[in-house]
Design a protein around this ligand. Structure first.
Ligand code: PEP
Length: 249
């Protein structure tokens, strides 16, 4: 019922030739029939990616966006601009943005609204730090991050959001949440959505992120509340990323 989604977040990595490699690799390879696959390259590669991915199942995403449509915001990129380059999804609230660029829940909310208004599907990233997990605060932190955004949306906006649960301690560390740990938090996120609307909860796509790779993807993706993955490091290797996509069938 929920179409799985595998999203490759290249962060500030990749190259023009990697874009080409992905275009070639995904041209002739069979993927599960019902699967959305997304690459989120750095901004300068979007146009080349749009051309290289033409004729493949690969869709395009952006790693962030500014809340405004245009204006005096040196260095920033708006949703409207991204849309012109074929971007269909955008991350908001990635933990690296929250930590390194001081984006708080309010800033995340503003970016999510900007994505919706540009007709881009926002992927809202949430997750606890190791300190918060050890203090037994995982659910409180994650549901606060989800609630800060979801509670303020109009009912018709909520089904347009994808949520990625990414425990901060698992991102880029090689340390993956166990399938049970991930499932527990993601079931709680889905249950929280049910407080708005049961149909919303059962239709909403929830992704797991945090050191997902070709070896652990199948087990994570077999959990009932995990509908896909947000993949960092392993999305930079064509074969690994293809293997993850194939295990999402
Ligand atoms: C991410 O950047 O969202 C991520 C999950 O990275 P990694 O897969 O490298 O942990």
């Amino acid at each position: 019922m929920r179409t799985p989604l595998i999203a490759g977040n290249w962060k500030m990595n990749g190259s023009a030739s990697l874009v080409e490699d992905f275009g070639h690799a995904f041209t002739d390879t069979a993927l599960p029939a019902s699967l959305d696959v997304l690459i989120l390259p750095p901004f300068p590669y979007l146009d080349a990616a749009r051309r290289a991915f033409d004729g493949t199942p690969l869709k395009l995403g952006a790693q962030t966006l500014n809340p405004l449509h245009s204006g005096a915001r040196t260095g920033e990129v708006s949703g409207r601009m991204l849309k012109e380059f074929g971007v269909e999804y955008a991350l908001v609230g990635h933990s690296e943005r929250r930590q390194l660029y001081r984006e708080n829940d309010e800033a995340v909310h503003d970016r999510l609204l900007a994505a919706l208004s540009a007709d881009i599907t926002p992927i809202l990233c949430v997750g606890e730090t190791l300190e918060e997990r050890d203090a037994g605060r995982t659910m409180e932190v994650v549901l606060r991050q989800v609630g800060h955004v979801m509670a303020r949306l109009e009912p018709e906006q909520r089904p347009r959001v994808v949520i990625a649960y990414e425990p901060v301690w698992a991102i880029g560390t090689g340390r993956t949440a166990t399938a049970e740990q991930a499932q527990q938090v993601m079931a709680a996120i889905r249950e929280y959505q049910a407080s708005f609307d049961r149909d919303l909860a059962s239709g909403m796509r929830l992704l797991y992120g945090g050191s997902m790779n070709a070896n652990n993807a199948a087990e994570l993706l077999s959990q009932p509340d995990i509908d896909g993955g947000l993949v960092g490091g392993a999305s930079l290797k064509v074969d690994d990323f293809l293997a993850i996509c194939q295990s999402a069938g």
